[in-house]
Structures are given as structure tokens and as C-alpha cells.
Design a binder for this molecule. Structure first.
Ligand code: NA7
Length: 550
């Protein structure tokens, strides 16, 4: 049975730390976990500082998100020219993006191109699933263990583990009994999956499923989509990049990078300065239609400025989208099932789509609401809901991730006094600036947890961490760690900022509510990206205010 469900541990479980390999211990100045967007750049920067660096990567190659998520239709929802690294002029000159919203195969190629160009692969051990990171207080070193028995030590550890890398597989009863093929979208096989003549189920209708569903529907005999919560999906409007556009980007990258560093979420558009109520209904509809015709997230992040903070303003645009859905889906009953009513627009990540709604007009596609008839179990032949049993050849779990905290809490991380990170974070993540945690000296988190186009803020985070490590070494300190007071102040600030937006009141991975039993806490810093970058720069400029150096 082909399956992508066997290779990773079940949610919440820790892999065994013991291995079968060598007992010898390798020592480095720094260990970087992950070979994705942040990890590759982190290895590059630390090497530039003259540190000995070892990268550890779970996958067999570089790419992170763009290595694992190989499902049909997987692509950027960010504009390609904004997602690429900005730190190498030569790289910007050499790389050509093929599509405005580049697809996974090309994105994986890009990160391989970067890794080869800067000779980064030689620093990595691949197929190295990190299971433990334990602080040795006396030696001021971290012991890092992998599933295959590697044991390494380093003064600094940078966890560039991504925010959406710990897959979530709902603990459905009978999961292992299914006789057909089953896949989680984030552990998709490298070989092409052939759907010809097959009856396929997709569970989930988040950003991943919305990319996948229209493509699988065209290839399979019959597709059944199991939906719990309908989303406000908006047209991606992808296209090929012309030579002229490519050349224009190349000639203007400095200006583009400067511009996206000033917008709220580092995309090439800003919120309208006006509030919804500043403009009369007729004019508003005209503006909404114009936004709708634009590619990417502009309908979300280029909308009126109160759309994410004022429920009534939000409702005005939400109703506009609901009507778009109703216009696109022929069967009014199915259309109404696809119309979101229980949460504000944009309070969950907005899925961007190509022919998503039209897919439900196909004869071979059926939509099942698991709110009305919940999934009771997976059976040898398919899926049993409270209504009936459905038979399938393939089940696709597009059920998301234990976002942001999961990639760290699934590793056995222990800091000062042997204290487990999982306990310290029991009520939600506790960090200073998303970068470090009190009680875990010299352990850095190189993920972008700002509300920000991923690469843009990941670069800022990597640069901040690199400079902090340089500063520690140059000034003959041995450790940097947040004080408990400054960590508490940051947690309070993150909660305060989050509570002023519509994000905190909606069940989603932004607040941990997609995982049963996970603490409800705002996981992203919901301030603007420029405010985040200014804050981390200010802290560094003040000699790492709030951090203890000794
Ligand atoms: P998401 O956005 O978390 O979507 C997961 C989907 O799976 C969502 O529709 C969930 O419904 C559904 N789900 C989860 N558990 C169940 C159970 N038990 N039964 C039925 N349906 C379930 O993950 P994605 O991979 O789509 O996207 C993650 C991010 O990756 C995305 O935001 C982009 O940034 C890229 P729910 O909405 O929770 O009711």
C-alpha cells in the first residue's frame, strides 16, 4: 500500500531519541536545524562569520516546505519576485521566475540552485530527524540527537524548523485499516500519484486543499470533498512571467525590496487609507470588483484599513465574497454549503484558488459537510460518516499542521535545570521577539512568526540571530538568553496586539484551535512587519535590551 502516513510520528508523540548509529560525538560552534528558506540562509550567514556549522535536515534534500509539500497544485500565494531571497545581487540577477506565483517543483529547484551556488549542502546531514536538544549547563553546550543515532554538541543551536512543518493528522479511528492509498499533503511522494480511474477523498478545505482539489478532480474518476468549515477563497490569477517583466524586476529589485519592507505584511500592496464607512455603497462595490480582478492577496491586504479590525467593516466585504461564491457554483444547495458564515473574512488564512468553486460544478465531484455528518471512522474500504459509508481508492488528508509551536514541541527540548520546552509553552509559546525563550540560552528560533511574507521577515530574523551570535562572541560573552520579565512583557504585548484584530476570535491555526487540546493563544505577532523589524532592530541597538548576556 502506498502511503505517506507511515513515515512521521503521530501528532503529539515524540520519536525515540535512541538510535542505532555511531556513538561518537561531533562538536560545532553552531547547529542549524532545517534546510528551508530560513535554515539555508542561516547556515550561509554563520559560515560567513567564521563559525563551524552543521545543518541537520529531516528530508533527503533542501527546500523545507518546498521539499515536503509536493501535492498537485502546490505553489506560492506570495508574488514570486517578493518570495525569493533579497540578500544576493548575483542571485537576483541569475534566477528567472517562470510564473507570477511559482509552483513547488520550481521552488524546490530555486532552493537547490541557491544551495549549490553558495555551496551550502556540504554543511548538511540530510535524512537527519532531530529528536532531542538538551542543554548541558556545566559545559554551556547543547546536545543534539537525531533519530538515526547522531549525537552532536554546539554552543549555539538555531531551530529553523518552519512554522507549518509539523503535519496534523486527525486521530480518526481505523486510520491504519484503510486498504487503498492514503497521503497527507505535506508528506507527498516524489513519484507522481496516478489518479486515473480512481475514487478519491479529500479531507479538509484549507489553503492546501483549495490548491489541490481542482487538479485532482480533473484526473480522477470521482472526488468526494469532506468539508468542516468553508473558507473565503479568492482568485489567485496566476500567469507566466514575460521576459520583459523579468527584466523589469531585475532592473528594479532594490526599489521593490524597499517598497515591500514598508508595507504592513511585506507584500507589494498596502491597505487603503480609508475605512469601509468612508466610501458609499456603490463606490465600495466598484472598489471590491477592482480588488477582485487583481492577483494574489490584494483583496485581503490591500483592502480598506479597518477590514481586519472592525467586524461590521469586515462583514461588508465578506458578503461581497459570499455572493461571488453563489454566482460561481451552479447548484444553490452546494453553493450555500461553500459559503462561510461563522467567521470574519481574513480571520483565517485566505486560500487563493484557480477554478476552485467551478470544480463543484463537475459531475464527478461531491461535497460532504462533516459538520452535518461527522466522520466516525476510516474503514478498510473508505470513510464512514454518521450518514453512510463511502468507498475510496485514495484518501488525501489535507488536514493541516500543528502550526508554529508544533515543530519545536515535538522535539524533546530541555533547557536550564532540564526543564522541558513543552512545559514552558503549555499555555502557548513564550518567547522574546519570537527569537529566544527564557531558560534556553543560545537556542534561537529562526522562523518568521510575524504577520509577514515569509522570506522577507525570515531574512530579518536570520540576520538578527547572526548578529547576536557575532556580538556574543566578539564581546567575550558565552550566553545570551531573555530574562523571564522581558519574555512575559513580550507575551503580554503579542496577546494585546492580537486581541485588537479579528484573528484572535476565530478558530484557526493562527491561534492553535485546529489541534484538539492545544492551548488557545495567538501564535503570530499580529503587528505590522515594519513594526516587528523596527522592534528587533531597536532591541539589538540597545545592547540586546531584555536579554541577559554573561
Ligand atoms: P489548514 O488551513 O489548517 O486546513 C486544514 C483543513 O483540514 C481545514 O479545512 C480543517 O477544517 C480540516 N480538518 C482538520 N481536522 C479535521 C477533522 N478532524 N475533520 C475534518 N476536517 C478537518 O491547513 P492547510 O494545509 O490547508 O494550510 C496550512 C497553511 O499552509 C496555509 O494557511 C498556508 O499558509 C499554507 P477546519 O477549518 O479546522 O474546520
Amino acid at each position: 500500500m502506498a502511503s505517506s502516513l507511515e513515515s512521521t510520528p503521530a501528532p503529539g508523540t515524540l520519536s525515540p531519541g535512541s538510535g542505532t548509529g555511531t556513538e561518537s560525538v561531533e562538536q560545532f560552534d553552531a547547529i542549524v536545524i532545517g534546510a528551508g528558506v530560513a535554515g539555508l540562509y542561516q547556515v550561509y550567514r554563520l559560515r560567513e562569520l567564521g563559525l563551524s556549522v552543521r545543518g541537520l535536515e529531516d528530508g533527503a534534500g533542501v527546500g523545507g516546505t518546498w521539499y515536503w509539500n509536493r501535492y498537485p497544485g502546490c505553489r506560492f500565494d506570495s508574488e514570486s519576485e517578493t518570495y525569493g531571497y533579497s540578500w544576493s545581487k548575483e542571485l537576483l540577477e541569475e534566477w528567472n521566475w517562470k510564473e507570477h506565483y511559482s509552483g513547488q517543483p520550481e521552488n524546490e529547484k530555486y532552493l537547490n540552485f541557491v544551495a549549490d551556488k553558495f555551496d551550502l549542502k556540504k554543511h548538511y546531514k540530510f535524512n537527519s530527524h532531530v529528536t532531542s536538544i538538551v542543554y548541558d549547563e556545566r559545559a554551556n553546550l547543547w546536545n543534539v540527537g537525531t533519530e538515526n543515532g547522531q549525537h552532536l554538541r554546539a554552543q549555539f543551536v538555531v531551530a529553523a524548523v518552519g512554522i507549518l512543518s509539523a503535519r496534523y493528522l486527525p486521530p480518526f479511528e481505523g486510520l491504519d485499516t484503510f486498504k487503498g492509498e492514503s497521503f497527507h499533503t505535506s508528506r507527498w511522494p516524489a513519484e507522481k500519484v496516478d489518479f486515473t480511474g480512481k475514487r478519491v477523498a479529500v479531507i479538509g478545505t484549507g489553503a492546501t486543499a483549495v490548491q489541490l482539489i481542482p487538479i485532482v478532480a480533473q484526473q480522477c474518476k470521482h472526488l468526494t470533498v469532506f468539508q468542516r468549515t468553508p473558507n473565503y477563497c479568492a482568485p489567485l490569477r496566476n500567469g507566466l512571467v514575460s521576459e520583459e517583466t523579468q527584466n523589469r524586476w531585475k532592473a528594479n529589485y532594490p526599489e521593490l525590496h524597499k517598497m515591500i519592507r514598508q508595507t504592513p505584511a511585506a507584500f507589494p500592496y498596502d491597505f487603503d487609507r480609508r475605512k469601509v464607512s468612508d466610501v458609499d455603497k456603490e463606490e465600495r462595490i466598484k472598489i471590491y470588483e477592482e480588488l477582485w480582478a487583481q492577483p494574489g492577496f490584494k483583496k485581503w491586504l490591500g483592502n480598506f484599513r479597518d477590514i481586519m479590525t472592525d467586524r461590521a467593516a469586515n462583514e461588508d466585504f465578506a458578503e461581497f465574497i459570499r455572493n461571488k461564491i453563489r454566482q460561481r457554483v451552479k447548484d444553490p444547495k452546494v453553493a450555500e454549503m461553500l459559503v462561510p458564515k461563522d467567521h470574519p473574512f481574513g480571520s483565517k488564512r485566505v486560500p487563493l484558488e484557480t477554478n476552485y468553486y467551478e470544480t463543484y460544478n463537475r459531475d464527478n465531484v461531491q461535497l460532504v459537510s462533516v459538520r452535518e455528518s461527522p466522520i466516525e471512522r476510516i474503514t478498510p474500504n473508505g470513510i464512514k460518516t454518521s450518514d453512510r459509508e463511502y468507498e475510496f481508492d485514495v484518501i488525501i488528508y489535507a488536514t493541516g499542521f500543528d502550526a508554529i509551536t508544533g515543530p519545536l514541541t515535538r522535539i524533546d527540548i530541555r533547557g536550564e535545570g532540564g526543564a522541558p520546552l513543552v512545559d514552558h509553552w503549555a499555555k502557548g509559546p513564550r518567547t522574546l521577539l519570537g527569537l529566544q525563550t527564557a531558560g534556553f540560552p543560545n537556542l534561537f528560533i529562526a522562523t518568521n512568526t510575524a504577520f509577514c511574507n515569509y522570506t522577507v521577515c525570515a531574512e530579518a530574523v536570520v540576520e538578527w540571530i547572526s548578529e547576536a551570535i557575532r556580538y556574543v562572541r566578539a564581546n567575550n560573552y558565552s550566553r545570551i538568553v531573555p530574562t523571564p520579565e522581558s519574555e512575559q512583557a513580550w507575551v503580554d504585548h503579542v496577546n494585546e496586539v492580537g486581541s485588537q484584530t479579528l484573528l484572535s476570535g476565530t478558530k484557526s491555526w493562527f491561534v492553535g484551535d485546529n489541534i484538539p487540546g492545544k492551548a488557545h493563544a495567538i501564535l503570530l505577532y499580529a503587528n505590522t512587519a515594519p513594526a516587528y523589524r523596527a522592534k528587533i532592530a531597536e532591541v539589538a541597538a540597545k545592547g540586546y535590551e531584555g536579554f541577559q548576556l554573561n
